[in-house]
Design a protein around this ligand. Structure first.
Ligand SMILES: [Zn+2]
Ligand SMILES: [Zn+2]
Length: 313
């Protein structure tokens, strides 16, 4: 089967012997229809955080080929799935930090989304896989996992009435739509106001600022825009890895809160929002054939595409 691997700073499609089989394990072998290219894939690729041979990609839409499962999924079902599953029992899971759970970090789809076939464990099927709503296209459904991350960030922010989303890439856009769907009065900020998709700049300080921008300069925007006692939700890495000013946090009683990866409940909400059209991602993706995956990486790095989706079949 064909799979795209990281090799010495390049993405290379290799032909490897078909080795994705159930082999007596519970779970499913799925044919990947396509996979979204995530900002985190780009970070891993550019900063050489992925070892040679790694198959990146985790925002998959796939068709079940072979299955042995206690779930109701059948061969032929088209599904979405994310890649990590929390244990639900450890101290992290019990205290609402599911994405810090050791089991969460250890679980993954095998070998990765940019591959013709993937193995999903029974745990994946039970917790983080769902049938794709029929009226969504594959590239729309691939927003299931990224939107799940946004839902989690909104839930972690707690009770808020007003929010500012900083950075209107595809993630900022769906974060703003999701906030609106949750009933939060939502404003936007981007260095390119034409990307703000109808969201207005905030006139007054807001309860929470959602930082989907990876620009160092955006940190100042957050401190200027959040009200005293408000929250800054950190949702992106920044190149210089600098922090928020200690004394502002102290004197203004700010909360700086990280949010990384979604729980099964956040993912379910994400799919409901997509299915109901409350978060609309029609036309967001540029679709690249598998053999042009390098172009997808290059265009994403150069900011030439809003969201790349790799069509595998
Ligand atoms: Zn992702
Ligand atoms: Zn756990």
């Amino acid at each position: 089967m064909k799979a795209a691997i990281v090799e010495n700073g390049q993405i290379v499609i290799i032909n490897r012997p078909e080795d994705i089989k159930l082999n007596g394990k519970k779970g499913a072998v799925v044919e990947v229809l396509g996979c979204g290219l995530c900002g985190s894939d780009i970070v891993k690729f550019r900063q050489n955080l992925a070892a040679n041979g790694t198959v990146l990609g985790h925002e998959i839409v796939a068709r079940i080929k072979e299955i042995d499962s206690d779930t109701g999924f059948k061969p032929g079902d088209v599904i979405v799935s994310s890649h990590h599953v929390p244990c639900g029992r450890c101290e992290f899971c019990q205290s609402g930090s599911e994405s810090m759970c050791a089991h969460f970090k250890a679980t993954n789809i095998v070998p990765g989304g940019f591959s013709e076939y993937v193995f999903l464990s029974e745990e994946h099927l039970q917790n983080v896989a769902h049938k794709k709503p029929e009226h969504l296209t594959d590239d729309e459904a691939a927003f299931y996992e990224p939107l799940g991350c946004c839902v989690r960030a909104i839930r972690r922010a707690g009770k808020i009435n007003t929010a500012l989303v900083v950075g209107f890439g595809s993630i900022g856009n769906i974060m703003a739509q999701a906030l609106k769907a949750f009933g939060v009065k939502t404003y936007g900020y981007d260095v390119r106001p034409d990307r703000m998709a109808g969201f207005e700049p905030a006139q007054d300080a807001v309860d929470a600022v959602f930082m989907t921008s990876g620009a160092d300069a955006a940190l100042d925007t957050a401190l200027k825009s959040v009200r005293d006692g408000g929250k800054i939700i950190v949702f992106s890495s920044t190149p210089a890895n600098t922090g928020y000013a200690n004394n502002e946090i102290y004197y203004r009683e700010l909360t700086v809160l990280g949010s990384y990866s979604p729980t099964p409940a956040d993912l379910k909400t994400s799919l409901d929002l997509l299915a109901a059209g409350k978060v609309d991602v029609k036309g967001f993706s540029t679709i690249y054939d598998f053999e042009h995956i390098n172009q997808a990486f290059a265009d994403t790095i150069e900011n030439k595409t809003f969201k790349a989706y790799i069509k595998i079949r």
